[in-house]
Design a protein around this ligand. Structure first.
Ligand code: M6R
Length: 609
């Protein structure tokens, strides 16, 4: 979604802001802009399309190179098409205030109508321009700009993160958040306001996390926090230091972030397990200490995290004997009848911890007093702060819009959870536990050894099948959720139509689509389902469908393309299957010339409904 960066300090602000925007590009956007005060007048430069258009527009900065406070924004269109006039910052009618904004002001139509009646005019279709004029209007009756800012924001309904400049105080940034991420970076003689950490990570790792309903006023040497309802008594907030550096948010020699993140998976597995497997071969999750065993678990998530949840359902039911449901967050949040009892657990999964639907689902569960647990990657994210308990997936920053290593870390944590609950419940077979833990420990090495071969095979297959207009991804058991994920990856990256199906479901309709131009990628591992899957493959082949099979050495499946991966103890084989699917989509998209790290129409963190 949109990205915000504000800077106030001692350095030329526009290069800092542009650099910040570059680090926010991964969030997805379709226009960008910067704003600053020069000689007591507000200025802005905005451009449709990618950041280089904005950079081109900023080549002759002239005196503006001296400004040491500025705001910047990447916009992902919600209200109004992606045009320069809709790009941020937006100015108040009197030209004294400038605002960048993420989120949606739900009552902007009513607010706009009132402002129009009072004589305000609007150049854009955005809710942002309404908000900045509302602040400007409130300024006429409030004792200070801070009071006007707080008053206007309390009249706005919806989600927002905002950062504002005032031409009369050119070194001061005003910012606030409500259900949309915003944080403060603290440097030496400088402050940053941003929607995500990478925007300022090259300058500082010291962060102040803001809560919903909080306001921050920052100038080079001071930063004060207030709430919307109290702008007199400043809040105290501890500075937190981020453990990862800027290298983690750079490509590190890889062609794309996605490829780097796929290749990071062995390390991610190691990091996620570290400290969680004890020397006595038990899983330790101190975050869950004293938590009663839930009668039933309800997993709620979106997109790739939902697929990790579906995989986790399989593992939790099999290892911990706890019944599990898995639901898409945008459905869960609007349940007409909420029938979940209070001795169950709602388990929300999210890489970003800011996904609006997942956050709303969590809040719904909390309103009904259901215990909640979040599996989350981003430290201090809304989900992490609002859930009763949180287990961090420790995957490090995921920059590519397509989620890869985050899913691996989520599946790993779900495995830990299943082993933890299974042991606690006394249902875990000690021998199975021993074998699973031994396999988990060797997974990083197994995967690190295999990734280069997988990559070569993916390259070969992508070129061979690049002309396909549609694909099936098929699996059974725990591989069904991986098939869904394989299809999602191919769709979002290469824009090729793809559907994930349970193999056994093909004969109930989808097989009608099979012809020589509609290939299937089948997950045919050497496991209990293998005989069934081979029958399904024969049915596809009888309709002249071409088949790629991800399988293990020694199987006899005869298909157009065998893709052999080492045999790993089930269900942990998933940790070798998943990277193949990711690499296949990555190579397909790259070969077809698509924007791998920022696929069209998508955003990294979907903070609106
Ligand atoms: O941050 P979250 O895990 O909550 O994000 C959920 C989905 O938006 C995300 O997984 C999305 O589906 C990705 N583009 C998939 O690659």
């Amino acid at each position: 979604m949109c990205g915000i960066i504000g800077y106030t300090g001692h350095r030329p602000a526009l290069p800092v802001v542009l650099e910040g925007l570059r680090h926010l590009e991964y969030r997805g956007y379709d226009s960008a802009g910067v704003g600053y005060v020069l000689q007591k007048k507000l200025h802005r430069v905005r451009a449709k399309g990618k950041l280089h258009n904005l950079e081109d527009a900023l080549t002759n900065l002239g005196a503006a190179i001296t400004v040491s406070c500025a705001i910047g924004h990447t916009r992902w269109a919600t209200h109004g098409i992606p045009e320069e006039r809709n790009a941020h910052p937006h100015f108040s009618n009197d030209g004294t205030l400038a605002l960048v904004h993420n989120g949606i002001i739900e009552n902007y139509q009513e607010l706009k109508a009132e402002l129009v009646q009072k004589g305000y005019g609007f150049e854009s279709d955005t809710d942002t321009e309404v908000l900045i004029n509302l602040i400007s209007f409130c300024r006429q009756s409030e004792p200070s700009l801070l009071a006007a800012f707080a008053k206007a924001l309390s009249l706005a309904h919806g989600a927002y993160a905002v950062c504002m400049l005032d031409c009369e105080a050119p070194q001061t940034l005003y910012a606030a958040r409500m259900q949309a991420p915003l944080l403060v970076g603290k440097g030496v003689g400088e402050y940053f306001i941003a929607s995500d950490i990478p925007a300022f990570l090259a300058s500082t790792r010291d962060v102040l996390f803001l809560e919903d309903g909080e306001i921050v006023v920052a100038s080079p040497n001071t930063c004060s926090l207030y709430t919307l309802t109290d702008i007199v008594h400043p809040l105290k907030r501890e500075v937190q230091t981020i453990q990862w550096g800027i290298q983690a948010a750079q490509k590190g020699g890889y062609r794309h972030f996605m490829l780097k993140e796929i290749f990071e998976q062995p390390t991610v597995i190691q990091d996620c397990l570290s400290g969680r497997i004890k020397a006595d071969n038990h899983i330790d999750l101190p975050e869950l200490a004293s938590m009663p065993l839930p009668k039933q678990i309800h997993i709620v998530a979106c997109g790739t995290s939902y697929h990790a949840g579906l995989w986790g359902q399989h593992i939790l039911e099999n290892l911990a004997h706890i019944p599990v449901t898995t639901e898409i967050a945008s459905e869960f949040r609007y349940k007409e009848r909420f029938l979940i009892p209070q001795d169950d657990l709602v388990l929300v999964i999210s890489q970003s911890g800011e996904t609006a639907d997942t956050l709303a689902a969590l809040r719904t569960a909390k309103e009904h007093s259901i215990p909640t647990l979040a599996l989350c990657n981003v430290l201090g994210s809304s989900l992490a702060r609002e859930a009763d308990r949180v287990c961090y997936t420790q995957a490090g920053p995921e920059i590519s819009v397509a989620s890869t290593k985050a899913m691996t870390s989520q599946m790993l944590l779900l495995t830990c959870l299943a082993l933890f609950f299974g042991e606690k419940k006394g249902v875990l077979d000690p021998l199975q536990q021993k074998h699973l833990l031994a396999t988990l420990k060797t997974l990083p090495i197994t995967l690190a050894n295999e990734l280069p071969t997988m990559h070569e095979k993916a390259k070969f297959l992508a070129r061979k099948y690049a002309q396909a207009k549609s694909f099936f991804f098929l699996g059974r058991g725990h591989c069904f959720s991986l098939a869904l994920e394989g299809a999602l990856k191919l769709k979002e990256l290469s824009y090729i139509h793809a559907e994930g199906y349970a193999c056994g479901e093909m004969k109930h309709g989808p097989i009608a689509l099979i012809d020589p131009h509609f290939p299937s990628l089948v997950l045919a591992l050497d496991d209990a389902f293998y005989p069934k899957i081979t029958s399904n493959v024969v049915e596809i082949q009888s309709r002249q469908g071409r088949v790629i099979a991800i399988t293990n050495p020694g199987t006899d499946i005869a298909v157009d393309d065998r893709w052999e991966i080492p045999k790993v103890l089930d269900p942990l084989s998933a940790f070798c299957v998943l990277p193949c699917l990711q690499l296949f989509s990555y190579e397909m998209a790259d070969y077809l010339g698509k924007d791998v790290d920022q696929p069209r129409n998508l955003a990294k963190s979907v903070t609106v409904e």
